[in-house]
Design a protein around this ligand. Structure first.
Ligand code: SAM
Length: 386
């Protein structure tokens, strides 16, 4: 996809002092990704400094934890090298569990931009955010819904809530109507309903039925939902016939939600490694694809086959197909690694042929229905709508 030119930054209110300005290089890099579509979202990113929301982050975290915590000074100017790190197009891990697992972060800015564009925010809207994190997204939402909009952001971690509130205060964005609350996002926030938009910035097993109850008639939920072993973003709304429909937005992954938002039966069963005796490599199966093409394939395979899993955290080689009886396939870029029965390779070939026949669809070309499973509503009956 060739990046489309971003709209120019329209004049608007500046909420920060000049030395807290958002670096021009960050805005230029964000524009170059091609995800910015509206002047309003451009202006929000130009107005809110990420370095005043992120007070520190971990670097060098491995699977066993480790790494170090870098503080971002809030009283003084941030040194240029650190500023560059804060404004890189990467997630910044801000909190980890005692065993080193990330529990809160500031998401990748271009992904945040994509989600904000997908939710079509407008001044005056009433928005619920699930996952306050650093407060950066809540701050962007407060600009996007100003002057009379309402933003309620909820998070399950008390210190995260305190940090997000402090960030909004530092930015002078804690105006009436903008709030951060300690709560499990599964319940939504009944006090401020109905919501024009619900945006979740944490990976969930499915959509909470409470969000649907609390949604305004033409409302929209933008949410990363478990699919193919990751959490790509879906846009969910009510079709004219009242049916709840989801549509893919972008392939990505998120920190997994706590509590009922993670409570849906796990649809994937991994094979028993001891039962797998045969192994092989198969070339010439996966077509030559760039990164976007591989992600389109991964999302689509998961629509066509509920056995699609993630076999690696590297999004360029992580797609897999796992069958409790037949075994496991790992889809590399040049070859497929099989651990188990050859029949699984034949099944993969059929799915790949189908993807080609459909014209290589990506996330935005798929729609689904949402059906109850456990405490949430999960995607089902995927249909290519290309
Ligand atoms: C990726 S961070 C959110 C990033 C944030 N929007 C920002 O702009 O920095 C995900 C957050 O979701 C929170 N979370 C996890 N489970 C939750 C739940 N059930 N309800 C609400 N928040 C939850 C985590 O504590 C974490 O702070």
């Amino acid at each position: 996809m060739s990046p489309r030119p971003a709209p120019p930054v329209p004049p608007g209110p500046s909420v920060v002092s000049p030395h807290d300005a958002v670096p021009a290089t960050f805005l230029a890099a964000l524009r170059a990704t091609g995800v910015l579509r509206t002047a309003a979202v451009v202006r929000a990113f130009a107005t809110v400094p990420r370095h005043r929301c992120v007070t520190g982050f971990f670097t060098g975290l491995g699977k066993q934890g480790g790494g170090s915590y870098v503080e971002v000074p809030q009283q003084d100017a941030v040194p240029p090298g650190l500023l560059e790190a804060v404004y890189a197009d990467h997630p910044l891990i801000t909190h980890v569990s005692p065993d080193g697992r990330p529990t809160s972060s500031s998401s990748t800015p271009s992904l945040m931009a994509r989600m904000l564009e997908a939710m079509c925010p407008e001044p005056g809207m009433n928005v619920l955010e699930i996952g306050a994190g650093t407060g950066y997204n809540a701050a962007l939402l407060s600009i996007l819904t100003a002057p009379h909009g309402t933003v309620t952001s909820v998070d399950t971690q008390p210190e995260v809530v305190a940090g997000a509130l402090a960030a909004l205060r530092r930015l002078d964005l804690d105006r009436p109507g903008i709030s951060v609350r300690l709560a499990d996002g599964w319940a939504g926030h009944p006090a401020e309903t109905p919501y024009d938009r619900v945006i979740a910035t944490v990976g969930v097993a499915g959509v909470s039925p409470r969000w649907v109850d609390q949604l305004a008639p033409n409302g929209l939920v933008v949410v990363p939902v478990r699919h193919g072993g990751a959490h790509p973003v879906l846009a969910v709304n009510r079709a004219p016939d009242g049916e709840l429909m989801g549509r893919g937005v972008v392939w990505t992954d998120f920190i997994r939600a706590e509590g009922k938002l993670a409570d849906a039966p796990w649809p994937l069963s991994w094979p028993d490694p001891h039962a797998l005796t045969s192994e092989g490599w198969h070339t010439g199966i996966i077509p030559e694809l760039d990164d976007d093409g591989y992600r389109d394939l991964w999302f689509s395979l998961a629509c066509l086959d509920s056995r699609v899993v993630r076999t690696s955290y590297d999004p360029a080689i992580g797609c897999g197909l796992a069958d409790p009886q037949l075994g496991l396939l790992r889809l590399g870029r040049d070859a497929v690694h099989r651990i188990g029965d050859q029949r699984l390779v034949d099944e993969l070939r059929r799915r790949l042929d189908r993807w080609e026949d459909l014209g290589r669809p990506g996330p935005a070309d798929w729609s689904c229905q949402l059906t109850a499973a456990g405490s949430v509503l999960v995607p089902s009956q995927w249909r290519c709508v290309r």
